[in-house]
Design a protein around this ligand. Structure first.
Ligand SMILES: [Mn+2]
Length: 210
């Protein structure tokens, strides 16, 4: 922890691809622990029930061990909380991945959930950006504003250095659509960050760096 507002503190990356990141601002206090090679065990407390549900699905389907705690200004709305959690989880991925040696790099999936179908493709590129083409109804799911899913993923992509494409192929129920998005991102990431035993000592880029 640090009393410097907005400063990332407590980062402890190591060869085990685990990390802990905390971030405190005037709006939120976020702490994330991540093990990329986990079993999908999660402990999530964001103050927003639907976001907890999505992050539990994210950890489970990515097979990440993920702990997220956040105390945010929910008296304003869920925006700062959701975006800042995306920032910190993104930073945790960047740190846990280290120099990206031996990773598969790419992953993609077409993830169905009932009538919803989401195409997700990721590249652990070092040039993080979200490319979003979804038409999800603007509504509240519990206390969660569905518009915030894009804000979360934008923050995650930017801070992780992961190129993230999310494209809606079908769907008309916002809960199904967003659950398919989070599970799809998790599944695509699970593949992309997996270690490729044939290239264990290589960084998967002809540039020699990611
Ligand atoms: Mn659900």
């Amino acid at each position: 922890m640090s009393d410097i507002k907005g400063r990332v503190t407590g980062a402890t990356p190591d060869a085990a691809r685990t990390t802990h990141v905390s971030r405190t601002t005037n709006e939120t206090d976020v702490a994330v622990s991540l093990d990329l090679d986990g079993t999908g065990a999660t402990r999530i407390s964001t103050g927003i029930g639907f976001l907890d549900h999505m992050l539990e699905a994210f950890g489970r389907h990515g097979s990440f061990d993920l702990e997220v705690s956040c105390t945010g200004d929910l008296e304003v709305d869920g925006h700062h909380t959701t975006e800042d959690i995306g920032i910190v989880i993104g930073q945790a991925f960047a740190q846990a991945l280290g120099d990206r040696t031996g990773i598969t790099r790419y992953g993609d999936v077409a993830l169905p959930m009932d009538e919803a179908l989401m195409l997700v493709a990721v590249d652990v590129s070092g040039r993080g950006r979200l490319h979003w083409d979804c038409d999800i109804p603007l509504q509240y799911l519990g206390s969660f504003d569905t518009a915030l899913a894009r804000e979360f993923l934008d923050a995650f992509a930017t801070n992780s250095g992961i190129t993230l494409h999310v494209r809606q192929l079908a769907g008309d129920n916002a809960h199904h659509e967003l659950e398919a998005v989070f599970k799809g991102v998790a599944r695509a990431l699970r593949t992309a960050i997996s270690l490729d035993s044939r290239c264990a000592d290589a960084i998967p880029s002809t540039k020699g760096a990611l």
